[in-house]
Each structure stands twice: as structure tokens, then as C-alpha cells.
Design a protein around this ligand. Structure first.
Ligand code: DC
Length: 220
């Protein structure tokens, strides 16, 4: 069984998907973290997002793995735990440019499909239900108002010791949404057969229960 969750930044995908995977005892795949890891590596190496041949090399020379059961899954790049490093402001500001490149997407999409071939999975990203797993049993499109998403991001940053205003975060979120939704390759959009979930004002528990209930008929 595949539960595919898509939606814009801060819509609640990660916390919900992690908790659903933990409750159902199945794997969790954070595909945004994969795009972030490649961005981190490229930025560290000083590779421009327009340099496709260098990026192609990066894709063949980088290992990305997940360790640990949900909700405490860690992302390991080339043997290094980069779970915190992929969440920095620098990676967040750059990821939309790197993730739009064909060479990057092609490689990560095949790694994502490989992960699904190993068993049931909750995955989240921007193109899970439209491109990567169009036959997923459960498809969810999560959204929330920009203000609500900025407030959630502000809390995440505060936990990392970074202070940012809601207004600044709203602008960043809108800029990233625009890039993620307008790119030519696998833009963020709701699959026709996805269930839309507006999480503005919903509690995390409501979100988890909603999806777990949908998954129950598929559990043997
Ligand atoms: O969900 P996130 O904020 O961690 O995702 C980081 C970026 O990766 C986001 O700006 C869009 C991109 N992304 C993507 O293009 N396709 C996915 N399946 C997941 C994320």
C-alpha cells in the first residue's frame, strides 16, 4: 500500500506523514529531504544549479539513505547524518532551483520507486500522487493558508534558534510555492483523484486520524 501525500511547504505533510507511518508501522519516505540533501551537497561543492553535467556526476556519486523507524527517521548522505543540515535557511532558499533540474529529478524518482518496491510506504513531496506513484492506493493533497504555513515555519526556525518574522516567511513561502508550481518538470499540483485536506485550523491528531482511517481497509 502506498499513501502519497503532496502539498506546498508548511502544509503539514511531514509531521502528519511521519505519525501515520509510525501508527501503521510502515516506512516513511521524506522526498523533500532527498532534494534538500542533493542541494546541500551541490552548495557545499560550489556547483551552480545550471551546471547539469556536474549535477549528473553528483547524482551518480551520492548515496542517500534513511535510518530509523518513523517518526524518528534520519537522512544519511554519504554516511553523514544530514537531518539538521538539510533544514538550514541556505538549503531552503536554494532547493527549488536544484530540484527543478531533470538530472536531479530523474535519479531521485527512481530511488523513490525502489524504496516503494520494498513494502508499504507513506511518502510525501510535491509529485508523489501525480508522477512518482500515480497508482497509489491513497492520495492526499494537503494545503493551508500562507499565514498559517508561515507561523508553522516560524516555530520550526525558532526551535533551531533562528528568529524570522511571519511576514518574511510568508514572502519566502510564496516565492517557493510559485517556483515549485510553475516549473516545467513535475510541478506541484493536486492529482485529480487526490483527496484535498485543508489543514488550516486542523490539529495534528485530526490530520493523522483522517489518513489512518482511509488506510484501514487496505491493512490485512
Ligand atoms: O517538503 P520540503 O520543503 O522539504 O521540500 C523541499 C523542496 O523540494 C521543495 O521546495 C520542493 C522540492 N520537492 C520536489 O520538488 N518534489 C518532491 N517530491 C519533494 C520536494
Amino acid at each position: 500500500m502506498i499513501i502519497a501525500i503532496d502539498g506546498p511547504a508548511g502544509s503539514g505533510k511531514s509531521s502528519t506523514a511521519r505519525a501515520v507511518a509510525a501508527r501503521l508501522g510502515i516506512a516513511y519516505l521524506d522526498t523533500g529531504a532527498m532534494y534538500r540533501a542533493i542541494t546541500l551537497k551541490a552548495v557545499r561543492l560550489g556547483i551552480a544549479f545550471t551546471d547539469d553535467s556536474a549535477l549528473e556526476k553528483v547524482m551518480t556519486q551520492t548515496s542517500i539513505e534513511f535510518e530509523g523507524a518513523a517518526p524518528d527517521t534520519r537522512i544519511i548522505m554519504d554516511g553523514e547524518d544530514v537531518s539538521a543540515a538539510v533544514r538550514t535557511d541556505e538549503v531552503t532558499r536554494n532547493v527549488s532551483d536544484y530540484c527543478a533540474r531533470d538530472v536531479v529529478r530523474k535519479s531521485l524518482v527512481s530511488q523513490q520507486r525502489l524504496a516503494a518496491s520494498k513494502g508499504s510506504l507513506v511518502c510525501e513531496g510535491r509529485d508523489m500522487s501525480t508522477v512518482v506513484f500515480p497508482n497509489a492506493e491513497i492520495k492526499i493533497y494537503m494545503s493551508a493558508s500562507v499565514n498559517e504555513r508561515a507561523r508553522r515555519r516560524q516555530k520550526d526556525f525558532a526551535a533551531m534558534g533562528v528568529n524570522k518574522s511571519v511576514e518574511e516567511l510568508e514572502q519566502e513561502i510564496e516565492a517557493r510555492d510559485a517556483k515549485d508550481s510553475s516549473r516545467a518538470n513535475s510541478p506541484l499540483r493536486k492529482a485529480e483523484d487526490a483527496v484535498e485536506m485543508d489543514t488550516t485550523g486542523m490539529t495534528l491528531e485530526d490530520q493523522i486520524t483522517f489518513i489512518v482511517e482511509k488506510a484501514k481497509p487496505y491493512l490485512s
